[in-house]
Design a protein around this ligand. Sequence first.
Ligand code: NAG
Length: 232
Amino acid sequence: MEKTVKIMLSAFIMLLVHASLPSTISSADNPPDFFYVYLKWPGSQCATKEGCCLKKTPKPARDFIITGFQPYYFNGTWPENCDPASHLDVSKISHLRTRLEAHWPSLTCPGSNPEKLWSDAWKKYGTCSKPTLKNQQEYFRQALAVRKSANLLKILGDAGIRPDGSSYPRDTISDTIIGGGLHFPGLACSTDKDGNSQLDQVILCTGSDAKTFTECPGNGFGCDGDVKFPHF
Ligand SMILES: *[C@@H]1O[C@H](CO)[C@@H](O)[C@H](O)[C@H]1NC(C)=O
């Protein structure tokens, strides 16, 4: 079999995932109009054929993790690599390190250093998040704060949607997220080892403040029918 991860997203979200298209612009003279927040269920990565490689200590939290925090414009373009001279200085975010390791870990195999993920995120998108988020500390602190305030696992759990290996109707998941005040989500699914569709990512948006959840312009349905929510 070829690649089992089949991310089912609307055409618009596909643009985001393949972030190297010509519509990309490379300087951020304008403040972002909104931010995409990508939250991934780690158990789904582990259930794919590729599997996952987790650091033993510290272990990622049993919760949705951050995989991206991306500034965006209403016209469908986004800024990237706004300051090539700026590198992540991990000593500046050392006070966030424990939380980043729990909530923005590396899952893919072979196990890689999460610092690489963080430094790539900073270069590509963090440098373009000014003036909303002024520096490295603010970019990562706000990503962590937004993930926490989404409270996604709790919102789903309160509606009986739990990572217990059961499958839930896609529309029920989506409606529950809307009911929790997070607005219409983008949902991305992958395929587990047995060929089941499973919840891979939930894509949310904040406004220009990088804080308040808003409707994602252009979010469409991903996933179909029943969606598995695997253990982690
Ligand atoms: C989209 O909006 C941004 C911010 O206002 C602007 O810098 C950019 O040139 C616009 N791009 C297009 C293709 O209109």
